[in-house]
Write a protein that binds this ligand. Structure first.
Ligand code: FES
Length: 172
């Protein structure tokens, strides 16, 4: 039985979408030709409100849009920026594509790993940071690069990593 089958077979699993989530999904439905096409946007909307997309949320979206759970699960799996497990308050989208690799991103990743005790896909103990590898962030000239929240950080060095971590912790 696939993950989608397991989700779909549990009648009690779906959560109730909030009024805000529904309003935003309804708005997206005015922009797309069919409900199937709204799936990714609906996942993003729920993630914005909930922080991640649980099985309960996935099922709720599939039911609301009246599309197969397996299709929506496929979309969620394909886009690695749809988080299917809880993430920290600050997601570090760490580019590990070729330019960043040539410019030493592996060493920077090790530095993050040592400072926060996390590897790819993991969240720091204080719940502040999750580290996720992503393909090229489009700023190869200033590699290594990572994005934290809305902010792109370029020419990463161990010192810059210290500053980024400190800045986030100071905001707490
Ligand atoms: S390869 Fe890292 S930003 Fe392009």
């Amino acid at each position: 039985m696939s993950n989608a089958d397991v989700i779909a077979s549990s009648e009690t699993l779906a959560r109730k979408l909030s009024a805000d989530e529904i309003a935003e999904i309804e708005h997206e439905m005015t922009l797309y030709p069919d409900k199937q096409a709204v799936g990714l946007e609906a996942l993003k909307i729920v993630q914005k409100h909930q922080g991640w997309v649980s099985d309960e949320s996935l099922l709720a979206i599939a039911r609301y849009l009246d599309i197969p759970v397996a299709d929506l699960e496929g979309v969620a799996t394909f886009f690695n920026l749809i988080y299917r497990q809880p993430v920290g308050k600050n997601v570090m989208l760490f580019c590990d594509s070729v330019s960043c690799w040539i410019m030493g991103c592996e060493g920077i990743k090790d530095d993050i790993k040592n400072k926060l005790a996390i590897d790819y896909g993991q969240t720091s103990e204080d719940g502040e940071f999750t580290l996720i590898p992503v393909p090229c962030l489009g700023d190869c000239d200033r590699a290594p690069v990572m994005m934290v929240g809305e902010e792109l950080h370029r020419n990463l060095t161990p010192e810059k990593i210290d500053e980024i971590i400190q800045e986030v912790r100071n905001k707490k």
